[in-house]
Ligand binder design. Structure first.
Ligand SMILES: NC(=O)c1ccc[n+]([C@@H]2O[C@H](COP(=O)([O-])OP(=O)(O)OC[C@H]3O[C@@H](n4cnc5c(N)ncnc54)[C@H](O)[C@@H]3O)[C@@H](O)[C@H]2O)c1
Length: 433
């Protein structure tokens, strides 16, 4: 069995190399730092990480883990490279990719003069597009051949945390491989015979963005808990207890609920309650940047939808769904009402279809909200989706569209495929007939 070359003997690379070696692989760690290479050769871990020092000592002594600064010999002696070099921030915040580019180019240049099959697996964190648009052309140019036959390039983001890195290596949330080829994903998963975690094979861009989404989500969670903690303190509540109870809810809180990309939120509770918290914070001079940004972020989705309608260049518009979600006639703070209001204000010829909204049944605050925002709703509503379709040059498929309309209806069959592709409703759809 050939070796696995691990490029970059930092926190990720060194843990990966030592664990792969422990699991029976022959591993060669590669780093440009001679100091790190020397440390490894003498059985010491070049980074401080619980449990790593004895593991490195044991693996180096066993002969399965070696280290070098000579890229060529490492590649010649291996069949796969795991690239775990740093991708720090540039001064403007963008991803610095020089190290990973240099590694890929160096491997490519060497492969030009051999006929060995080789797979390069990037573990470093990279934004989608960098692998496809920067690393692939560099590798093709350096190796002198197209990828896919002999030379392969994939992404395999790492999810370990410093201080629990070995435990996380053995028990990750999942193993994620980004590649166009099943064979490459399988080769990656085969590195982990002892890891029970779910294997997820996806495309390279999705895999790369999952890593960023996870880290952004973790950062968001910390900031959220901190802001709730600060508010709790001022409001005389126990922030730790508040968050402990919040986390008890596995249905709506710690769950996939509310975590699908889509259109703006609305309704009678979310905007009102977020507003109340931020107003309280403002009055007490508490800086809650995150909470204060939520409604601004929501407004931006409505503005984006309006821009898409403007860009489409049609005047006769059909809006599917007016209430804030399908299955209710609650129109209070529905983003679709805001959308409709803005479209009317900008002179669009608008018709609305929403089988849940019957004007005669609206009462109380719901009615006064609509009187204030869409006083001529009666003249805009249509009862039959056919009327909407016939009126419109452009349909806006708003939230919950699947339950608003019978998509098998012949009038809507043409847009059925587009509906499946919806990622950020409302999507403007131009009827094809
Ligand atoms: N540290 C973490 O907890 C963590 C977790 C998940 C993912 N990541 C990602 O993994 C990647 C590596 O992170 P890290 O914290 O291990 O980095 P690090 O800075 O600790 O280590 C990077 C290593 O790469 C070496 N290196 C640089 N250029 C090289 C080259 N041309 N050839 C060989 N070696 C080279 C450096 O000398 C250094 O030892 C980054 O993209 C990071 O975002 C980090």
């Amino acid at each position: 069995m050939k070796k696995i070359a691990v490029f970059g003997m930092g926190y990720v690379g060194c843990v990966t190399a030592a664990c792969l070696s422990r699991d029976g692989h022959r591993v060669i760690g590669v780093d440009i730092s001679m100091e790190k290479v020397q440390a490894l050769r003498s059985g010491h871990s070049p980074v401080v990480e619980p449990g790593l020092e004895p593991l490195v000592r044991e693996q180096v002594a066993s002969g399965r883990l070696e280290a070098t600064n000579d890229i060529d010999s490492a590649v010649l002696d291996s069949e796969m490279a795991l690239v775990a070099v740093g991708t720090p921030s540039e001064a403007d915040g963008s991803v610095e990719t020089h190290a990973v580019e240099r590694v890929v180019q160096a491997i490519g240049r060497l492969l030009r003069h051999t006929d060995q099959p080789y797979t390069i697996v990037v573990r470093s964190t990279l934004l989608p597009g960098i692998l496809e648009e920067r690393l692939t052309p560099l590798l093709v140019e350096a190796s002198g051949e197209q990828l896919g036959e002999r030379i392969r390039l994939a992404i395999h983001p790492e999810f370990l945390r410093e201080t629990t890195a070995i435990r996380d290596y053995d028990d990750p949330p999942f193993l994620l491989a980004g590649s166009d080829e099943d064979e490459v994903a399988d080769a990656i998963f085969k590195l982990y015979p002892h890891v029970a975690a779910k294997r997820i094979h996806t495309d390279t861009r999705t895999a790369a963005l999952v890593k960023y989404a996870c880290n952004a989500f973790h950062a968001l969670k910390v900031s959220f808990a901190n802001e709730i903690g600060v508010l709790a303190h001022t409001l005389g509540a126990d922030g730790h207890e508040v968050m402990r109870v919040v986390c008890e809810d596995n249905r709506l809180n710690i769950s996939p609920a509310y975590l699908r990309p889509g259109f703006a939120f609305g309704g009678s509770c979310l905007p009102k309650d977020v507003r109340a918290l931020t107003r309280f914070a403002q009055r007490n001079a508490i800086d809650v940047e995150l909470l204060a940004s939520i409604l601004r972020s929501n407004d931006a989705h409505i503005e984006r939808a309006l821009q898409r309608v403007r860009d489409a260049g049609h005047r006769r518009i059909g809006l599917v769904g007016l209430s804030f979600k399908a299955g209710t006639d609650d129109l209070r703070e529905s983003p679709q009402v805001r959308l409709a209001e803005s479209l009317l204000g900008q002179g669009y010829d608008l018709k609305i279809y929403d089988p849940d909204v019957r004007l005669a049944d609206l009462t109380g605050r719901n009615l006064s909200f609509i009187d204030q925002h869409l006083p001529h709703l009666a003249s805009l509503l249509v009862d039959d989706p056919r009327d909407l379709y016939e009126h419109s040059d452009l349909l806006i498929l708003a939230t919950g569209v699947a339950t608003h309309i019978d998509w098998q209806n012949e009038y809507f069959r043409d847009v059925l495929d587009l509906q499946r592709d919806l990622t950020s409703a409302p999507t403007a759809v131009v009827p094809t007939t």
